[in-house]
Design a protein around this ligand. Structure first.
Ligand code: F6R
Length: 609
């Protein structure tokens, strides 16, 4: 979703803003703009389209100002256009504002402002209302005006404001939308996310909800909602800027697919001691804690939800505790059976997904203990959870999630195995077998990555389909969901995943000559059943691409193409079988000329409902 960057210091602000915004492109956007205090006035430049359009325009003039704010917009209220893009200003242009989030009561505020001051609105956005509201309260003190404005605002927002009459400051606010502050020497920054600032500093303040920040060149003061100053420890970012660069890969997605062996290795080994026992470092899952739990709820969105489905399988299988999995946007408006005997597990790469965050808060309100599986350290989900199990995927930039998914799988397996051994529902020998196999996963994933020619060739021969079906049985169907999501989101091919046994209850009506069906057949226990399902679709003309364990020659007789994964135990196949599906989707999208890292209409961090 929208990205925000702000700078105050001695450098040319447009350089810092453009650079920072380009690092936030992955969040998804359709327009970009900056406002800079230059030659005693605020100059706003904003355009529909990619960052390159803004950069071209900025090349035409030399804005020398050293204080400014910048924004990439992902349209919610009003179409993508120059006038709807940010920054927005008050009528005189003396106040400029950037906003990420949604102002829920903007219609009411807009009507009131029109009644009071007349209709001076230039855009259809909810955000412009904030600029007019701050102007309404402005009496020579920007900080005070911002405080008064946010009292009237409902919804989610991270905002950054500059004012011509106080050109030595930026005021920023966070409520339910991410905001960080970067600390430099005689310069300070704001941004939606860490990669935007890594070129300049690794010292950050993670801003909390309802906090207001006053930035000058010399310093940063954080205030709470009562206008009291609060102290914050400096958060030191340990990963470097290169981790968020493409490093020779054409796309972040392919780079991140290739980083999976490392992500899996790191996630696993950070949680294993020298005897291969799981170390949870204080995460409250002791025998006493588990004895109090009679149910687990896993809640997440998209790919993280798909990882949660595998988590359910693993927890139920190994730990014998009943698990419900729910998409966060549904969970919020249901009446889930949750109480203090429930362990609520939120899964989120970004840790900023608003639906997941809201579900987590709801679960907490009902008394559940919250454990989150999160990739971004210090994110909202991690901060609001009782315990956090970090995945060690490193920064994921491509919109389509790949390494986050496999590291989430590893985390879910570790949580399940820990629960099982603590409860005594899994024999030590069985545990050792599974851990040994888990430890072989980085090498097995690497083996798939070392030879992707077959997958690329199948993709090149099949990129022109407009429909696809993914089928599987048992744990395979969960991977089918993820494979199908990957294909549709980056290649725009309509795709549907379904339990293979369900086909005959409706969906098989859509199977016709040449229809692409990706069939996961990795489960030894269900293999014969799956073979029958493949034959059913083949008999109706389907073109079948099967994913099977190496050594299975029989499947070549029924499938048009076979992609092999290294042999492993049935329970752990998702970590391997998803990898060729990611690669397959990638090459299909490339062949179709799609913008792989930034698919249309999508955003990396979904901070609106
Ligand atoms: C798909 C994808 C999304 C995210 C979903 C949740 O490739 O990336 O479906 O998985 O938006 O995001 P997080 O994990 O950040 O909560």
């Amino acid at each position: 979703m929208c990205g925000i960057v702000g700078y105050i210091g001695n450098k040319k602000a447009t350089d810092v803003l453009v650079d920072g915004l380009s690092k936030l492109e992955y969040r998804g956007y359709d327009s970009a703009g900056v406002a800079v205090f230059d030659e005693e006035e605020i100059k706003v430049r904003k355009y529909k389209g990619r960052m390159a359009v803004l950069e071209e325009h900025l090349k035409e003039e030399d804005l020398k100002g050293t204080i400014g704010i910048g924004h990439t917009r992902w349209a919610t209220h009003g179409e993508p256009s120059d006038r709807n893009s940010h920054p927005h200003t008050n009528v005189s242009g003396s106040i400029a504002l950037i906003h990420n989030g949604i102002i829920e009561n903007y219609m009411k505020l807009k009507e009131w402002l029109i009644e009071t001051n007349g209709d001076h609105f230039k855009s259809e956005t909810d955000s412009e209302v904030i600029a007019h509201l701050i102007d309404y309260y402005y009496k020579g003190d920007l900080l005070d005006a911002v405080y008064k404005a946010i009292e009237k605002m409902e919804g989610a927002y991270a905002i950054g404001v500059i004012c011509k009459d106080e050109p030595d400051k930026i005021v920023a606010v966070r409520k339910d939308s991410p905001l960080i502050v970067g600390l430099g020497e005689n310069e300070n920054f704001i941004a939606s996310d860490i990669p935007a600032l890594l070129k300049y500093t690794r010292d950050m303040y993670l801003i909390e909800n309802d906090e207001v920040v006053l930035l000058t060149k010399e310093g940063v003061i954080i205030f709470n909602e009562l206008r009291q100053e609060v102290k914050r420890d400096v958060f030191k970012v340990t990963w470097n800027a290169e981790a968020a660069e493409k490093e020779g890969y054409e796309h972040f997605m392919m780079k991140e697919i290739n980083e999976q062996p490392k992500g899996i290795h790191d996630t696993l080994h950070r949680r294993l001691d020298k005897d291969d026992h799981i170390v949870l470092d204080g995460i409250q899952l002791t025998k006493e804690d588990l004895d109090k739990i009679n149910k687990v709820y896993i809640v997440a969105c998209g790919t993280a939800y798909n990882a949660g489905l595998v988590g359910k399988y693993a927890i139920e299988k190994f730990a014998k505790i009943p698990v419900d999995v729910e998409v966060a946007s549904e969970f919020r408006y249901k009446e889930p059976f949750i109480d203090d005997k429930t362990l609520f597990i939120a899964v989120s790469q970004s840790g900023e997904t608003l639906d997941t965050l809201a579900a987590l808060r709801e679960a907490k309100r009902k008394g559940a203990r919250v454990l989150s599986v999160v990739n971004v350290v210090g994110s909202s989900v991690s901060r609001e959870s009782d315990d956090v199990f970090y995945t060690w995927a490193g920064p994921e930039i491509a919109v389509a999630s790949t390494k986050a998914y496999t590291t989430q799988l590893v985390s879910m397996y570790l949580i399940a195995l820990h629960m099982a051994t603590t409860k005594g529902s899994l024999e030590e020998a069985e545990y050792k077998k599974i851990i040994t196999e888990l430890k072989s996963m980085p090498d097995k994933v690497q083996k798939i990555l070392d030879d992707t020619k077959n997958i690329q060739q199948i993709a090149d021969e099949n990129f022109n389909h407009e429909n696809a079906f993914y089928i599987g049985r048992g744990i395979d169907v969960n991977v089918a969901y993820e494979g199908s999501l990957k294909l549709k989101e980056i290649s725009y091919i309509h795709s549907e995943a379904i339990a293979a046994g369900e086909l005959k209850h409706g969906t098989i009506a859509l199977i016709e000559e040449g229809r692409m069906v990706v069939a996961l057949a990795t489960q030894d226990r269900l293999y014969q059943k799956m073979l029958s399902n493949i034959q059913e679709v083949r008999a109706r003309g389907a073109y079948v691409i099967a994913v099977a364990k190496e050594g299975n020659k029989e499947i070549e007789k029924v499938a048009d193409k076979v992609i092999y994964i290294p042999d492993t135990m049935d329970e752990l196949t998702p970590i391997l079988s998803v990898v060729p599906l990611q690669i397959f989707s990638y090459y299909i999208a490339v062949a179709r000329g799609c913008d792989v890292d930034k698919p249309k209409n999508l955003a990396k961090s979904v901070t609106v409902e």
